[in-house]
Ligand binder design. Structure first.
Ligand SMILES: NC(=O)c1ccc[n+]([C@@H]2O[C@H](COP(=O)([O-])OP(=O)(O)OC[C@H]3O[C@@H](n4cnc5c(N)ncnc54)[C@H](O)[C@@H]3O)[C@@H](O)[C@H]2O)c1
Ligand SMILES: O=c1ccn([C@@H]2O[C@H](COP(=O)(O)OP(=O)(O)O[C@H]3O[C@H](CO)[C@@H](O)[C@H](O)[C@H]3O)[C@@H](O)[C@H]2O)c(=O)[nH]1
Length: 339
């Protein structure tokens, strides 16, 4: 049994990982979150899930930018591992306000790593993103972990810089090990409908499509149909949030078994176009909602698809929910609960 700290556990992806830690392991979970984009209701749902298993989770409202408090918090507890989700993640906002991203994502992460090193918290699992690859050329797709990183916005750069901090820290402190997980496009919700993505003003395609199917938006927009892809719209590798969550449990086992630090792409290895996703949402919802084609959104690469051989081979990752209809259906069911 391990003591695991989850930062950002009141958010979308973190809460699905906490759910799995409760349901599939005997680890004790302590969440910290400043509730900037996460929700206290999510913590309450997680507490209910834990109670159903005769377990408890701990929650401390804490902002990672309060370094003194974070120092004390890590000192006072005896964590075996940290799974670090807390971050800001809106790409256009990162262009307008880069310092927010370098402070919240890079500086606070560097400080958290320092606390871990000083207090012998030797296992660190980090949420990174396909955005670290920037706009890879066609011949690099599917993208493997050796593809050069070249982030094109401050969000991607803030994550790439955190990766470098982790690598250097692990090089200098031989007991400290990390797993970096580079997520591709995360979507869907708990298949039992208990938690999901509650993000306000979400820009994510599948969430926007679910909102439009439910009439929360009058119509939705396709950002560009003049890309060099099979139907002119961008291609992405959509991974169900529960499959992604599982990779964190596998990463913990990997580190616990004494393996050394490494980086893994998280995706299914194939992609769908924006039009294919919208058609799938129309099919599962039974609603032929309005869609308008508009110009390209700045900074959107034509295609991002993961080469997932490494995570399958080394972490033994086995996708369970790799079905776009199922992903859209769970996103839609969750969206209904938010109305
Ligand atoms: N959603 C995606 O498609 C996606 C893709 C790639 C990577 N990621 C990464 O996954 C992680 C989780 O993303 P998410 O989609 O769950 O987002 P989210 O906004 O739902 O979750 C982030 C959580 O971190 C908390 N937080 C933010 N700053 C904090 C701080 N200074 N102190 C304490 N808590 C803080 C927020 O309140 C929130 O609960 C992020 O690191 C993000 O960069 C997400
Ligand atoms: O209303 C919409 C929303 C999105 N899109 C398009 O859909 C695709 C996917 O967009 P989105 O869901 O916003 O995801 P990405 O821009 O690919 O970024 C996501 O996936 C990245 C990893 O691949 C993460 O780093 C980001 O945090 C996460 O938001 C893109 O081509 C968008 O132009 C539309 O056409 N209309």
């Amino acid at each position: 049994m391990a003591e695991i700290l989850v930062t950002g556990g009141a958010g979308y992806i973190g809460s699905h990982v906490v759910k799995q830690l409760i349901e599939e392991t005997d680890h004790r979970v302590h969440i910290i979150d400043n509730l900037s984009t996460g929700f206290i209701e999510t913590i309450k749902r997680l507490e209910e899930i834990a109670a159903g298993k005769n377990k408890q989770i701990k929650f401390t409202k804490l902002d990672l930018s309060h370094w003194d408090k974070v120092d004390n918090f890590i000192k006072e507890n005896n964590f075996d591992a940290v799974i670090h989700f807390a971050a800001a993640l809106i790409v256009p906002e990162s262009v307008e306000n880069p310092l927010k991203y370098y402070l919240n994502n890079t500086a606070n992460t560097a400080h958290l790593i320092k606390c871990c090193v000083e207090n012998k918290v030797n296992k660190f699992i980090f949420s990174s993103t396909a955005a670290v690859y920037g706009e890879p050329d066609k011949k690099s797709i599917p993208i493997d972990e050796d593809c050069p990183t070249n982030p094109i916005n401050p969000y991607g750069m803030s994550k790439r810089m955190s990766e470098i901090v982790l690598k250097d820290a692990a090089k200098a402190h031989s007991n400290f090990n990390y797993v970096i997980l580079r997520y591709f496009n995360v979507a869907g919700a708990d298949p039992l409908g208990r938690i999901g993505q509650s993000t306000k003003n979400a820009t994510h395609l599948i969430k926007v499509a679910a909102e439009t199917a439910l009439g929360k938006r009058k119509k939705m927009y396709i950002f560009g149909d003049d890309y060099e892809t099979r139907d002119g719209t961008c291609i992405r590798d959509y991974i169900h949030v529960d499959d992604l969550a599982k990779s964190h449990l596998l990463a913990y086992e990997y580190l616990k078994n004494g393996h050394s630090s490494d980086v893994f792409n998280c995706g299914y290895g194939y992609g769908f176009t924006v039009k294919e996703v919208i058609d799938t949402m129309k099919k599962v919802s039974g609603v032929d909602f309005d869609v308008e084609i508009v110009g390209r959104r700045a900074g959107d690469p034509a295609e991002l698809v993961a080469d997932n051989k490494k995570i399958k081979t080394i972490l033994n990752f086995k996708p369970v929910y790799d079905d776009l209809e199922f992903i859209c259906k769970t996103a839609l069911e969750w969206e209904k609960k938010l109305t």
